[in-house]
Design a protein around this ligand. Sequence first.
Ligand code: SF4
Ligand code: SF4
Length: 454
Amino acid sequence: MSISTDFYDIFDIDGSGFLFNIYTSSLIKLDAQAKAKLLECKESNNLNVFSQSEYEILQKELFIVDESDERSRRLAIKNSCHTSKYKNSSVIKIDIALTNKCNFICPYCYEKKILNKNLATGDGCNEYIQKLKRYTLHSISSTTKTLEVVFYGGEPLLEKEFMTQINDAFVDISNSTGVEYKSVLITNGSLLDYNIINILKSHLDYIQITVDGMKETRNSRRTTSFKEDTFTKIIGNIKFLLANDIDVSIRINVDKSNAGSALDLLDFLHDSLGDGRYNSGTGKYNVDIARTSGFTASFSLNEYVPVYAKLAEKAFQRHQIDLTLSAPPLAAFCTAETQNANIVLDNFGNIYKCWDRVYEEHDICNTLDNILNGHPANLRSLDYIENVSLDAVNNGKCMECKYINHCGGFCPKIRMNIKDGETDNIYKDDMCKKYIYSMLKEKIKIYLKNADVL
Ligand code: SF4
Ligand code: SF4
C-alpha cells in the first residue's frame, strides 16, 4: 500500500488545510498535525506516521491504495480515451456550419477571416440534404442511440429554410431508425422568431446565445455594422425562449475588456430571469463562462484564475453554473480528436475536424462525396487527429498527469497552436498544472463558503 501524490492535493484555504482526492473528489479538513503527517509521508512514503483511525479513513477515501490499483487506474484512463477516439460510440455528433455569413461584426470572432466572403449556400440544397441523409444512415450502427446535431455558422438563422430542411431530414431518420435525434442551436440570438422555434422545438436540446456583458459593453462587442442595440433585443428573445419552455445556455466570453461587465450581467440575469437551472431544476437557463484566447485583450491563464473565480462564485450562488468537483472519465475532447462518425460539416459538404477551422481550404479533411463514394479513410483527417492526440503532444506527459481527468489536456486547437508555436507553451514550467491546481482550489473555496465551512 502507498499514498501517492498522484492521488491528492493539499489546499491551504483561509488558514485551514484541505486534503482533496483528485480521482474521487473526497475532501477532508486537516488539522495542523494531520497536515504535517501527510507532508512527512509525502517525503518518506512511511505510512506508519498515521494512527490506526487516520489510516482507515485515508484508505476508505482511497488516498492510500495498492500500487497495482494505481497502475490499473492509469491504464483505465488511457483505455477510456482511446476507446472514445477510435470506436463507434452510442452518440453520433454532426456539427453543421449552415453558412459563413453573419449579421454581426464581433471583433473577437474566430471566423472573422472567412465571414461574409459571399459563399452562398447555392441551389444544391436538396442534393446536399440527400447526401447528408445517406451519410447519417451509413454511419448509424447497432450501437447508435443518439444523433446530436449542432447548427451553427456564421449566423445559422440567416439560413432558416436550409436549417428547417435539414432538421426535417434528421426527424425522418430518427423516425425510420428509432435513433433519438437532439439538436442544439448556436446563434447570436438576434434573428429568432416563433416559426423557427416551433419547427425545431420538439427535438431541440437547448439554444446557446452569447451575451458577454451589460448593454454598453455587449453592444460594443457584439453588434451589427449599424451599431444597433442588440443587447435589449437579445434579452427580450431569451425571455421569449424561456417562456416557450426552451432551455438557454448564455455564453459569456471573458477578456480584459468585459470582465467587470460580465459580473454585473450575472446579477442582471438573475434579476430578470430568476435562478438558473441548477436550483432543483426550477430555472431553464445556465451560463457558460469561457476565456477568449489569442486576442490582445485575452487574459493569460494565470490572469484568468481570479477573474473566473469571482464570476464562478457569483454564478454558483445564483444557480447559473454547476461547479462539480468530480471529473468525468477521460474521453476525446471533441470531434477534432475522434476517428469515428463525428464530423464538422460546412454548407458545401466539406468535412473538418475542428469548428475553428471551417471554411479554411487547407483544413478540409474530407468531403461527404468521398465518404459516400467509398473512400472514408482520409489521411489528412487521421494526420490531424494523431497530431493533436494526447499521446503526441507534450511528449505524451498529459496521459501521465494527475490532472488529466480535470483538464482533458486542453482543447486540441490549443495543443496544435502550441505545437506550431502560435501560442504560449502552457506546458512549459508546468504552467498548465499550476492553472488546473489554482482552478480546483478556487472551486473548492466556493463550495466550502457555500457550505458555511469557511
Ligand atoms: S479543437 Fe477546440 S476549437 Fe476545435 S472544435 Fe475542438 S474544442 Fe472546439
Ligand atoms: S495539466 Fe498540463 S500536463 Fe496535465 S493534463 Fe493538463 S495540459 Fe496535460
